[in-house]
Design a binder for this molecule. Structure first.
Ligand SMILES: [Zn+2]
Length: 442
């Protein structure tokens, strides 16, 4: 029997398939090649597939791999370079100058490699990225077998990647065509933010996205200052301007959205846009808090993300889930806001829906890609287990993620990477940091 035909049963103590909602005791899945082919009780599955390889996971809960809805993966190399500063000072005086000096394909490859190792170890199996030299990040994700959504950044001002928006638009078109048929990869057109892309380029970015059937991925209403400056400049809030320009639609993914008035909320509803919620980055930069419960109530698709490691400072989705849950309750002074099941759904199927990839990923259902993770709940900090969903969102930490499969391939086994030497990845990143530290002082 070839490896492609061989069935593997994954039999955890609890299954959280997302669809249907809830958790299921003593149920598991069967995978074959890169797909989930069956689901059922341990007994049923063993009976149906007597020749299968069995991965028994006592004390573990199995769920879909987490999807990080917003990253700048390569920024792991700038983690902790500058903290505790307002967004614009942080960007203009620290991050953009460092990027201007160092960002090149080798930086992006190394930073993305470090990010992928960190993400996989923490149970993330897909990331929606936005960064310069996406071709270098794509090559790394492919090499490591990681599922990725690559954003082609459009920005007016010169970077080490593009000279201006026109240049960025042409390059985006070229690369979208070049990577159109790569497996485990989707793409977006990613205009950086309303304040960094002019009207013409924004409309052209939207046109390219729509011609290619890709989502538009953009930072929107991140801070109060962004909205205030826009009002001063052209008397419109940024979301209104995007609506007027014809950029908003169901294929538009707005990241952050911490500053929303009633008119903004109505625009979200009218254009059925998707939302990317990055609570820890928003907290750390003092940006504000997105009204998540309200957005979900009005039917918006919503995912959860870490943002880049320079503003978080980790890519830890489990901790992001807990922060998202607590923050929604604190913001609304309502303990029923954003319950654990809804939080977990946002980090899996919600994100897949926001990215237009929900036919393939986001839940453990036969026919979907075998992207799944097992978390060991048999630890003092998560004992006893009355409700594994509650344990995953409110107790579990990423060191409890023990098993990770992406597209049917086992990437993490008993907490350790199967295909790379993690100390080597860390050592390489240290070498980069030495260079950055030395040159940043000059
Ligand atoms: Zn961001």
């Amino acid at each position: 029997m070839s490896a492609q035909n061989h069935v593997t049963l994954i039999l955890p103590d609890w299954l959280i398939p997302i669809v249907p909602s809830g958790f299921f005791h003593q149920e598991g899945i069967a995978i074959q090649g890169d797909r989930i082919v069956d689901k059922g009780s341990h007994e049923e599955l063993r009976h149906r597939y007597p020749a299968a390889t069995v991965t028994r996971l006592p004390g573990h809960v199995l769920l879909p791999g987490l999807i990080n809805i917003h990253t700048h993966a390569a920024m792991t190399l700038l983690r902790g370079l500058a903290d505790d500063l307002p967004l614009m000072i942080w960007l203009q005086q620290h991050i953009w100058p460092a990027e201007g000096r160092f960002v090149a394909p080798d930086f992006v490859a190394m930073g993305t490699r470090l990010a992928i190792v960190e993400m996989l170890q923490g149970g993330t199996t897909c990331f929606n990225d936005m960064y310069f030299f996406p071709d270098a990040a794509i090559a790394m994700a492919q090499e490591m077998g990681m599922r990725m959504v690559a954003g082609h950044v459009i920005i007016d001002f010169p970077t080490t990647y593009t000279r201006n928006a026109e240049d960025a638009l042409r390059l985006a078109e070229e690369q979208i065509a070049r990577f159109a048929k790569v497996p485990m990869l989707r793409q977006t057109v990613a205009p950086h933010a309303p304040y960094s892309v002019a009207n013409g380029a924004l409309q052209e970015a939207a046109a390219i996205a729509r011609q290619s059937g890709l989502p538009i991925h953009m930072h929107v209403h991140e801070t109060a200052a962004e909205v205030r400056d826009a009002l001063q400049r052209d008397n419109r809030r940024p979301l209104r301007r995007l609506a007027d320009l014809g950029v908003l639609g169901p294929d538009f993914l707005a990241i952050h959205m911490t500053q929303l008035d009633e008119e903004d909320l109505a625009l979200c509803r009218e254009y059925k846009i998707a939302i990317g919620h990055c609570p820890e980055s928003n907290l750390k930069l003092g940006s504000g808090i997105a009204p998540v419960a309200r957005l979900l109530e009005q039917g918006q698709r919503l995912g959860i993300g870490t943002d880049g490691a320079a503003s978080n400072n980790d890519l830890d989705m489990l901790s992001e889930l807990r922060t998202a849950a607590l923050l929604a309750k604190g913001r609304d002074q309502d303990p029923t806001a954003f319950p654990a099941q809804q939080v977990l759904r946002a980090a899996t199927l919600g994100a897949a829906e926001a990215l237009g990839w929900d036919q393939e990923i986001g839940s453990l259902e036969p026919g979907k890609a075998a992207d799944c993770i097992a978390i060991d709940l048999d630890r003092p900090a998560s004992t006893p287990v009355y409700d594994p969903i509650s344990q995953v969102v409110y107790c579990a930490s990423r060191d409890q993620v023990q098993e990770v499969w992406v597209g049917g391939r086992r990437k993490i086994y008993r907490g350790q990477a199967l295909e790379w030497q993690i100390p080597e990845v860390v050592a390489e990143a240290h070498l980069w940091a030495q260079r950055i530290r030395k040159e940043a002082k000059q």
